[in-house]
Design a protein around this ligand. Structure first.
Ligand code: CS2
Length: 505
């Protein structure tokens, strides 16, 4: 039995494992973070850790909040919030390399569902200056196509009726801010780090919309005093597997119940508008502060997340379990490269072609990282929440200019095809998506419509029904070109499979 990683065992780590060089007993909380998954622990938490170490300002400790699952809290509590981050890539001869750091910035993790009031109290702590979020796309209870709050979302309805025990991200934020205002405390910064377009602006609109139903004066206070910087974060963080745990614990000589793994590459761009100060995140090259993050965000959503999703759907349907396997399939690699070069790149104005070429090459190398396999199903999940900002905005931009959208539409068709839940080897997989039931009904309606149509019209009828799914496609379903492209690609995928459909695109 290995000894547990915690404050007491920390001094006994081997010399090749980095650890906080500051005195953790002097750490005070300054950040409340909602969504304590691996993603946060592999970027903001470690950059905060390094910033505190470099600057000596120890007032930015993180109080983590998991919305539902107690798993992170249960793993980190006996470890006094400590955990390790393993950054992995391949060395010159292809051998895996791993750089380990034990991260010290997390003070505690709470579970909102168990004690929502404790979370509201933390938001309303005098020392809290930043409330940050990585709750994934679906955590915002918004309509993916428009960004508007979904008033029919069960959690939103629950939170309007139960102000003292909210369970949605938006409800927790608004009631926490209400408490701050009631107590005459200074405002805070609300910082989203999720992969949404204008994530800060989107969050602001959602918070203000909900607040307006609660209290007009509160809405005015939030609007005037709190800030919502837009941010872009880029680091691939696969789910931790048992093998990672074993390998890392062996190196630590201690038991860490939940280490996280990621790639060495990190790009974090933040708009520098903080209502009550911020850590020196720019030290150690952790973050870049800018006035407007939109160009960086557009580049990342379109040139990283778009192709990532395309690889996930096409790869999963072919039966590949990882993204690296998918991108090593020559036909898929060629297709994704062409899509980035011919259709996505030209929509990114103001970035020189050479910059885009480097960016494209680096993306392809990052996703092929042999030391960091990532499950295709992890990237494939929640497609209804991801497609609008990853692929559909790019399609809209191109159509507006009369430009071809053929390759991008194949990626959208791949998602719809993937939703059937069966790969080309006959293997079944579950569809993980908050809209899964509605999507299953949509596929059935499309099948019925196709069967009822004349054979020459069947493919078109199917695509028309699928494209009419407004929460994802909004008005795109009315565009003839979009529907015809979808019809052709879906038919190719159904009749001939991924390899041929991609080859013929
Ligand atoms: C991925 C992202 O899971 C997904 O949908 O596309 O998590 C991606 O790995 C990160 O955004 C990279 O920064």
């Amino acid at each position: 039995m290995l000894e547990r990683l915690n404050t007491e065992s920390l001094p006994r780590l081997p010399a090749d494992v980095e650890k906080p060089a500051y005195d953790r007993s002097r750490l005070t909380p300054g950040i409340v973070h909602l969504g304590m998954g691996a993603f946060h622990r592999a970027h903001q938490a470690v950059v905060t850790d390094l910033a505190m170490q470099a600057s000596g300002d120890l007032s930015w400790g993180i109080l983590g909040v998991s919305l539902r699952s107690p798993a992170t809290r249960d793993a980190l509590e006996p470890q006094d919030g400590l955990y390790s981050l393993a950054l992995r890539d391949a060395g010159p001869e292809g051998q895996p390399r791993e750089q380990l750091r034990v991260v010290g910035s997390v003070l505690r993790v709470m579970v909102a569902e168990e004690d929502p009031n404790a979370v509201l109290e933390r938001i309303a702590y005098p020392q809290t200056r930043i409330v940050s979020l990585t709750v994934t796309e679906k955590g915002y209870c918004h309509e993916p196509a428009t960004g508007y709050l979904r008033w029919d979302d069960p959690d939103i309805l629950h939170d309007l009726a139960n102000p003292d025990r909210p369970r949605s991200t938006i409800g927790i934020l608004v009631y926490g801010l209400a408490l701050r205002r009631e107590r005459g405390l200074p405002p805070v910064t609300l910082m989203s780090c999720d992969n949404l377009r204008g994530n800060g602006d989107t969050l602001r609109n959602l918070v203000l919309a909900f607040a307006l139903r609660v209290d007009v004066a509160l809405t005015g206070w939030i609007d005037t005093h709190c800030t919502f910087p837009n941010t872009m974060v880029d680091r691939i963080v696969p789910r931790t597997e048992d093998g990672d745990r074993e390998r890392i614990n062996h190196r630590l000589g201690l038991e860490d119940a939940w280490p996280v793994v990621g790639e060495p590459y990190l790009n974090w761009v933040i708009e520098d508008k903080f209502a009550a100060g911020r850590p020196a995140w720019e030290t150690q090259g952790g973050a870049t502060f800018v006035r407007k993050s939109a160009p960086y965000e557009r580049l990342k959503l379109r040139m990283v997340n778009g192709p990532h999703s395309a690889l996930a759907y096409l790869g999963a349907v072919m039966g590949h379990s990882t993204i690296a396997d998918a991108v090593n399939e020559p036909a898929l690699r060629r297709y994704v490269e062409d899509m980035m070069r011919l259709e996505i790149g030209p929509t990114l104005k103001g970035i020189p072609d050479v910059g885009l070429e480097d960016y494209r090459r680096r993306f392809l190398a990052r996703v092929a990282n042999p030391a960091l396999p990532q499950r295709a199903q992890q990237v494939a999940m929640d497609g209804s929440q991801k497609l609008p900002q990853r692929l559909l905005d790019t399609i809209r931009d191109r159509m507006r200019n009369g430009d071809d959208t053929n390759l991008l539409c194949l990626a959208v068709a791949a998602w719809l095809h993937y939703l059937r839940g069966e790969d080309e080897q006959g293997g079944r997989y579950a569809i993980q998506d908050p809209m899964a039931p509605a999507l299953a009904r949509l596929l059935r309606r499309a099948d019925v419509a196709a069967q009822a149509a004349a054979p020459s019209q069947a493919a078109h009828r199917r695509a028309m029904v699928l494209a009419s799914f407004k929460p994802v496609f909004a008005d795109l379903g009315e565009a003839q070109e979009f529907v015809s492209n979808l019809a052709r690609h879906l038919e190719a995928l159904r009749q001939h499979g991924v390899a041929q459909a991609v080859g013929a695109a």
